[in-house]
Design a protein around this ligand. Structure first.
Ligand code: NAD
Length: 263
């Protein structure tokens, strides 16, 4: 006699991140918010992390709660003390370290190279590159200490880190750095079962992209074979793949989510 799972049980069994704990930085906005929402639907418990408490709380309010409980944590990814405390607060609250971390926290401070202030260069490198390093290091340390046998770290870089972009010497350098950091992390952490991958989005419809002048966006859109901006949920879809066992043999990879821009 066939003993198929019934109703709710069958749905729970099909969830791709069932029972996983995920930390998502930049969870208060744009891509990070979409990742939190998608992960919650896939059965993960989500630690929504942002420097902006109000924004993170707003994300929390939108999360699916049938499968797991979620929480907000306020942290500044540029501070090692803040990141250490973040990971220990998550461990106390959930009684385990996150086995998935998505580094979405990021900023732009654009200006042409000849006019760029040193502070703008340093700040963008601190948030985008150093922040990714600190979170990777803290999460990997906690996972290894816990004896967990697998983990997935997903870092948001950008397609412009590969090809350069006018007015973004700081941002493009930080994102090229994230790709190299991820590859080195992948090599060093593979022995612990921790996979590390990078996503290179093109132009995605978020508050960050809304800062790009319309004239520039129009020019970019003419170069995108798919002829439109990406939706944050389309980046979140790729994060689910990288966080789940569907990508169990993928590490050190850079996945472009660009609608074909600069392929
Ligand atoms: P966003 O501006 O909508 O969200 C970024 C979030 O990061 C905000 O909630 C902000 O409060 C948070 N944050 C900023 N500094 C922080 C810090 N020091 N500590 C903790 N949190 C901090 O941006 P987005 O468009 O969702 O981008 C998410 C990631 O994707 C970024 O790394 C960005 O560089 C990358 N990306 C975005 C695009 C795009 O077109 N939107 C394209 C390529 C790459």
């Amino acid at each position: 006699m066939a003993t198929g799972l019934a109703g709710a049980e069958a749905v729970a069994a099909a969830l791709r991140l069932r029972s996983r704990l995920a930390l998502v930085t930049g969870g208060g906005s744009g891509i990070g918010r979409a990742v939190c929402q998608r992960f919650a639907k896939e059965g993960a418990a989500v630690a929504v992390v942002d420097i902006d408490e109000g924004a993170a709380t707003e994300t929390l309010r939108t999360l699916h709660r049938d499968h797991q409980q979620h929480s907000v944590f306020v942290a500044d990814v540029t501070s090692s003390e803040s990141v250490r405390s973040l990971v220990s607060q998550i461990q106390s609250q959930f009684s385990r370290p996150p086995c998935v971390a998505v580094n979405c926290a990021g900023i732009t401070m654009d200006s042409l190279l000849l006019k760029m202030q040193e502070e703008a260069f340093d700040r963008v490198l601190q948030v985008n590159l150093k922040g990714t390093f600190l979170v990777t290091q803290a999460v990997a340390t906690a996972l290894i200490a816990s004896g967990a046998k697998k983990g997935s770290i997903i870092n948001l870089a950008s397609i412009v880190g590969k090809v350069g972009n006018l007015g973004q010497a700081n941002y493009t350098a930080s994102k090229a750095g994230v790709v190299a950091l991820t590859k080195t992390s992948a090599k060093e952490l593979a022995r612990y079962g921790i996979r590390c991958n990078t996503i290179l989005p093109g132009f995605i419809d978020t508050p960050m992209a809304a800062k790009v002048p319309q004239k520039v966006l129009d020019t970019v859109l003419r170069l995108v074979p798919m002829g439109r901006l990406g939706d944050p949920s389309e980046v979140a879809d790729v994060c689910v793949f990288l966080a789940s066992d569907d990508s169990s043999y993928v590490t050190g990879a850079s996945l472009e989510v660009t609608g074909g821009l600069f392929m």
